[in-house]
Design a binder for this molecule. Structure first.
Ligand SMILES: O=C(O)c1cc(=O)[nH]c(=O)n1[C@@H]1O[C@H](COP(=O)(O)O)[C@@H](O)[C@H]1O
Length: 272
């Protein structure tokens, strides 16, 4: 089955929330864990247990694992496998983007069957040109996987690049939206190319009507965006939107049941 179909089915079953696994040093400390690969492992596997059979999508942030070197990457491999076994879709937050021929190597790492770091989807940066991402889009489609391409990010610095206008008067972010829409055209119930649009934006300033794909909305929770902000930006029913929260859920650890009920509470707050 294609990623767009698998995602729609997962959201129908488990609701639209994505929970991020971001093992910040401060969170490891507040969970009483050591600042090393064993602390990372305890943290991440607790998250797998709490969220893997509860939410539709879980998003491990790669850098926090890479920071612990090869042992950290080994933990990430276990997290990917554990989440998959528990029935969650895994969105690996790696924000990759490179010239096309190197992009093929990233695609082989994250989007190919048999790779130890293969996920259901990966975040990509389109700022070497959307076309440079083609090898990743092709690998994703071939393996029933997806991608989420940064369009308008949640951080205030993003606007200086993403809101810049091209010769045709479209913003860079709108051009990214339009390319994703082209890739998703005709797919049912939605395509495999998602976008990232920050929940913290003061106004959307984008036409998403032709996207026909999922929108990951970070900035919800710890960065200040509320459910009301999400509805104001994306419309009252949040159709196709995957709000994602990391720290605001993770601060309820280390108790597994508390983490799970925090995720449930946040997910229920998104229901109409
Ligand atoms: O692609 C992302 O996931 C992402 C894009 C963006 O525009 N803003 C953003 O915050 N993120 C990620 O989403 C997560 C947000 O974490 P919290 O602010 O703790 O909920 C982090 O892992 C960020 O790297």
């Amino acid at each position: 089955m294609r990623f767009g179909e698998r995602l729609a089915a997962a959201v129908a079953r488990r609701g639209p929330l994505c929970v991020g696994i971001d093992p910040h040093p401060g969170l490891l400390a507040s969970w009483g864990l050591p600042q090393d690969a064993s602390g990372l492992e305890r943290f991440a596997l607790t998250c797998v247990e709490a969220f893997g059979d509860e939410v539709a999508v879980v998003k491990p942030q790669s850098a926090f694992f890479e920071a612990h070197g090869s042992r950290g990457v080994a933990v990430l491999e276990r997290v990917l496998a554990g989440l998959r076994d528990a029935g969650a879709l895994v969105l690996l937050d790696a924000k990759r983007g490179d010239i096309g021929s190197t992009m093929a190597a990233y695609a082989a790492a994250y989007l190919a069957d048999g790779s130890p770091l293969a996920a259901d989807a990966v975040t990509l940066s389109p700022y070497l040109g959307f076309g440079s991402l083609a090898p990743a889009l092709e690998a994703a489609a071939a393996g029933g996987r997806g991608v989420f391409v940064l369009a308008a990010t949640s951080n205030p610095e993003g606007a200086s690049v993403q809101r810049a206008e091209g010769a045709d008067g479209r913003s860079v972010a709108q051009a990214v939206v339009d390319e994703a829409a082209r890739a998703n055209a005709g797919a049912h119930p939605q395509g495999d190319v998602g976008l990232v649009v920050g929940a913290t934006l003061a106004e959307l300033g984008l036409d998403l009507s032709a996207l026909n794909g999922p929108v990951l909305a970070p900035g919800f929770g710890a960065q200040g965006a509320t459910v009301a902000d999400l509805r104001a930006l994306f419309g009252p029913d949040l159709r196709g939107v995957l709000p994602t929260s990391s720290r605001d859920v993770l601060r309820h650890g280390p108790d597994t049941a508390s983490l799970r009920s925090a995720a449930r509470r946040v997910r229920d707050s998104l229901a109409l």
